[in-house]
Ligand binder design. Sequence first.
Ligand SMILES: *Cc1c(COP(=O)(O)O)cnc(C)c1O
Length: 354
Amino acid sequence: MIAAMDILITKAERSKLKELDLNDLPFGKYFSDHMLEADFQNGKWQNIEIKPYQPLLLSPSLAALHYGQAIFEGIKAYKDPKGNAYIFRPYDNFHRFNISAERMKMPSVPEDLFIEGMRQLIALDKDWIPTKQDHSLYIRPFMFSSDEIIGVRPSDTYKFLIILSPTGPYYGAPMRIYVEEKYVRAAPGGVGFAKAAGNYGGAMLASAEAKKKGYDQVLWMDAIEHKYVQEIGTMNVFFIIGNSAITPNLDQGTILEGVTRSSSMVLLKEMGFKIEERPLSIEEIMEAYKSGTLREVFGTGTAATISMIRELRYKDYVMKFEVEKWKTAPLLKEWLADIREGRREDKYGWMWKI
Ligand SMILES: *Cc1c(COP(=O)(O)O)cnc(C)c1O
C-alpha cells in the first residue's frame, strides 16, 4: 500500500459545498472540492497528489486528444443511515479499469493508487456524499495518454485522475428503445469490453438519430449477423422470459461486463430465476413477446441502476410493455438501493467501508 505520506494533500481554501443545492443534482454536473492526479513517467506512477479541483493545462499536441488512448470508470459511494461512508464493489471497477488499460496499450494502475487514492480522496470530501435516499457520490477515475507528440504510437506518459460528483436520483422514467440495425458499437476483436472513451463518441450519432425518432436509446446488435442483442448505451440488458433471466454472454468481447449486471444476476438468482448468459436473438425476443412469455426488459448500470424498458422497436415491429404491472425490475432496483444505502444486510460483501 502507498502510505498516506506518499500522497501529497493540498486542501482547498474554502469548500464549495455550501453553494450546492442538494435538491437539484443532475448527473455529472457538480464536482467536489478535491481531485486526485498522478503521472506515469519513466515507467512508474509518481507526483501522486490530492488537490483542489481545478482545470488541467494540456498541450494541443497531447496524444490522447488525437488518438484516443483514454479510459474511465464509474463507481458510487453512499452513506448508511448512521452516516458511515461506503463504496459499492470498488475492486470490481479497479480490475475492469486495468482490463481496459491493457486493451488500450496503457500502463496498469496499481491498487495502492486506485483504491487507496480513491479512499483518501473520498475521506477528504466525505461531506459531499449526499445522505438522501437514492442519492450518491459518483466517482469517476480516468486515464489518458499525455505525450506531447503527434505520432501514432502508445504514449510513454499518462495521467490518472479521480474526480467526484454528487448526484441525485437518476431520471428514472421507463425507456423507449430502438433496436439499432445500421450502426454497430463493437465487433469481436475490437474494444467493446473496455470502458474506452472512443466507444461512447462512436455511439453518439446512433443515439441522436434514435432520439430524433422519439426513442431514448438504442439497443445494439451484434456486428456480424445483426441478429443478437448486446447492450444499451451504458447499460447491460436483461430479458425476463418465463422463469429465466437472460442476458447476453460476454465471450465475444463486444459487451462491457457491468458490475450492476453481475450484482443483478446474484439477486435475480436469489429471487428464484434461472440465470442464462447466452446469445439472445431479436427473433427469440419477438416470439416470446407474441406468445406472452416475455415478462420484463430492463437495463442495468451504475448511473441509472435498473432502468425499465416500456417499448422496444425492431424495424416496424413495436413491442409495448405495461411496466406499472412489473414486479421484478422494481424489486431488484429497491433491493440494490437498500443494500447500497445500508437499509438491508450486505450478505455478499459488496459494500467497502471508507
Ligand atoms: C459502464 C457500462 C455498463 C454498465 O456497467 P456498470 O459496471 O454496471 O456500471 C454497461 N455497458 C457499457 C457500454 C458501459 O460503459
